[in-house]
Design a protein around this ligand. Structure first.
Ligand code: IVH
Length: 696
């Protein structure tokens, strides 16, 4: 087989297993075998880029980095829907539809209203060519590389019977379970948490690194089909057809004849919607016939043929039993309310189930910070109101003052000392949160530091995840990251611990068997090759996130240069402000931190870097995209890539309609050249390219 045939053959196989998995829920091969096929394909594609296909399944795993997204106009504007909040408003909508259609018979399609972000996908000749966010409805961000990571979105569909150009639209979302996992991870890294799955989805669809988007396992429900010329008669027909062509059509839709049936649908889904993998905040009602949709038309903002109905956020009374003050991984103190249902007032707290709210029992709710306690004015023993914001995160919205019996309630005293280590708490000027300053001895902070250290984006010792670090910490075997490098096979083998998940009440047994211990030790040994910028990030210096760590690594090049740098030298680094500089100086002034760094240095971690900074020479190539192919006289490909980026241009992975320039060297693949010519891409010789950047 020629390499091209091999590529096509692999694509066909992978697509087949993907469809079986995502559409029929059948795994015919193991994950391992699947990854092997994918890796073979990736290797072939990088060896023969001219044969890379725009619908290759390797795009599902991302890998392209987009510096800034192009803004593109929507071919058809993306409108919004009018909202209704009660039955009467719905009946008024129905009256308007009946009048608008002059007494003709009509049907409705009822759908769930998903709480994600609206996306539009364009297909040309059956191939997915573009994905765009809603933006302001007229134009949005082109995020094609990121939407290709949605596994349920077909990269290619059978074109027969469909127009050459069509658009499908749907709601992109992050499943609630992935949202919770992501936020746990963000917490470990000391980064800001997402307030709800919708914000998380929105942020994740707009990440510059599509490999990171891929990891976040986003999904999308499709709910509409748009073309210039009519292919289907009704919304129902289009949904059925989309489904049969492999689209992940929104679940739960139903055709009904009357507004009473619409109302019955609303009631039927009020509770059931909680079983879906994402938040829903209402339902959408659409007139089924496309002809009738046209008759009814649009107002300036929204269609007259559709409307949404919003469920009221469920709000219930609960009793505030007590407040815990949790110490976070970076020392932040968060008050957390322990709640029970009114009927459970007399039960011991470990027998309490909590208040039933939007599908789950709630017995805890964050109170955020001391200011929130003052704002709410709540006392222990009070009856408070609980609601789920975005249907996910429980929130106390107020107190039922009529229920308060002063002698039965007590004020909440915000602690003066850390509940874990007793240190006096502090609060920085201008910040709302109190924190425990004892970062070198306070147990949850020490444990948090180690969890941060082993994280994938830091030292990447995944074999220590899932409760293992916690176990080693609790039995005093590992108290600082440096202790990891002293671990021995014999001291780990046979260790066991039961870890209780307080939320679910489930116990997880952690045991260190031979294989586990080998994996752990291998993971630790391998971490010694992780680059300096990761090591720097892994130290967990306040305000030194992954990006700042990289900048510091590029600038100072070694831990020795960084730890002796003065405040003034630090603020002289581009993008390093006073707050970061101060934090670095304080970190290296603490004897425990100095000792930690010395021990890590002795253990053989990478404490120097040779990374080159990207220095912007000009912006003459801003907004321009390039593909490099073939062999060049004055540069090798990496140099050319650096040159393009240094002048503001972007590198794309393959030739497509949105490419501006193909930089063509000697011996480049004829297929790629041909494709570029067909698509009207400008083909540049090395000299012409050099002239472009010389004219800056
Ligand atoms: S149809 C003309 N169907 O709600 C509007 N939208 O306020 C066509 N949404 O931006 C939209 N679920 O993001 C439609 N089943 C559904 C939906 C849905 C959620 C969102 C969508 C849109 C917003 C409209």
């Amino acid at each position: 087989m020629t390499p091209e045939q091999q590529i096509l053959d692999l694509i066909q196989k992978i697509n087949y297993y993907n469809d079986r998995y995502y559409q029929d829920s059948v795994s015919e091969i193991s994950d391992f075998e699947f990854d092997q096929l994918l890796n073979q394909l990736k290797a072939l594609e990088s060896q023969y880029p001219e044969f890379r296909q725009s619908d290759s399944p390797t795009q599902r795993v991302g890998g392209t980095v987009t510096k800034s997204f192009n803004t593109v106009y929507h071919r058809y504007p993306m409108l919004s829907l009018d909202n209704t909040y009660n039955e009467q408003e719905l009946r008024n909508f129905d009256d308007r539809v009946r009048k608008g259609l002059n007494g003709e018979a009509y049907e409705y399609i009822c759908e769930l209203k998903f709480d994600g972000i609206s996306l539009s996908f364009t297909y040309e000749n059956g191939v997915l060519v573009r994905g765009v966010t809603r933006g302001d409805g007229t134009r949005g961000d082109e995020i094609t590389n990121n939407i290709k990571t949605i596994r349920t979105l077909p990269l290619r569909v059978k074109a027969a019977g469909l127009p050459e150009l069509f658009e499908v639209r749907g709601e992109g979302f992050m499943p609630i379970s992935s949202f919770q996992k992501l936020n746990e991870e963000m917490e470990t890294l000391g980064e800001n948490l997402y307030a709800n799955p919708r914000n998380a989805a929105s942020g994740s669809f707009k990440l510059q690194d599509s490999a990171e988007t891929a990891r976040r396992a986003l999904d999308c429900y499709i709910y509409s089909f748009i073309t210039d010329n009519e292919v289907f008669k009704s919304h129902e027909e289009s949904l059925l057809e989309l489904k049969s062509r492999g689209f992940n059509v929104s679940p739960g839709w139903r055709k009904v004849q009357t507004i009473d049936e619409v109302i019955a649908y609303i009631h039927a889904w009020e509770e059931k919607r909680m079983t879906l993998p994402l938040a829903t905040d209402g339902i959408v009602i659409k007139v089924n016939s496309f002809e009738q949709q046209r008759e009814l038309g649009f107002t300036a903002k929204s269609p007259r043929w559709a409307i949404s109905f919003k469920y009221k956020a469920e709000n219930k009374p609960a009793v505030l039993r007590s407040v815990n003050f949790q110490v976070g991984r970076i020392g932040t103190i968060t008050p957390v309310a322990n709640l029970c249902a009114e009927s459970e007032r007399m039960l011991p707290y470990n027998q309490v189930r909590g208040v039933h709210l939007s599908g789950t029992y709630v017995k805890r709710a964050t109170l955020h910070n001391a200011n929130e306690l003052i704002r709410l004015g709540i006392r222990i023993g009070d009856t408070v109101f609980v609601e789920k914001s975005g249907e996910i995160i429980p929130k106390i919205t107020g107190v039922d003052i009529t229920q308060r019996e002063n002698f039965l309630t007590v004020p909440i005293d915000f602690p003066v000392n850390c509940p874990e280590c007793g240190s006096p708490l502090q609060r920085n000027e201008g910040e709302v949160a109190f924190f425990c300053p004892n970062d070198s001895h306070c147990p949850p902070q020490l444990k948090g530091r180690i969890e941060h250290f082993i994280h994938r984006k830091a030292m990447n010792i995944e074999s220590l995840g899932e409760g293992k670090v916690e176990t080693l910490f609790d039995i005093n075997l590992v108290r600082t990251p440096a202790d990891l490098y002293d671990l021995k096979y014999e001291s780990l083998l046979g260790l066991e611990k039961n870890i209780l998940n307080e939320e679910t009440g489930k116990i997880k047994k952690i045991s260190f068997r031979e294989k586990t211990v080998e994996n752990i030790l291998n993971g630790i040994a391998l971490s010694k090759t992780v680059p300096f910028k990761n090591v720097l990030f892994a130290l967990g210096i306040r305000f030194v996130g992954a990006t700042v760590a990289e900048k510091l690594a590029v600038y100072f090049k070694s831990i020795d240069a960084l730890r002796t740098a003065s405040y003034d030298q630090l603020v002289a680094v581009p993008e390093i402000g006073g707050r970061i500089a101060q934090s670095i100086v304080s970190y290296f002034s603490v004897p425990e931190n100095q000792l930690l760094v010395e021990r890590l240095q002795r253990a053989g971690l990478q404490m120097e870097s040779d990374e080159k900074p990207v220095v912007l020479e000009s912006n003459v190539l801003e907004g321009k995209t390039f593909v490099i192919s073939g062999v060049f006289e004055n540069f090798d490909r990496d140099d050319l890539k650096d040159k393009i980026e240094a002048n503001g241009g972007r590198i794309l992975s393959g030739v497509s309609g949105k490419l501006n320039y193909l930089l063509a060297g000697a011996n480049m693949g004829p297929a790629k050249l041909e494709k570029a010519r067909k698509l009207g891409v400008t083909i540049l010789a090395e000299e012409e390219f050099l002239a472009m950047i010389r004219n800056k």
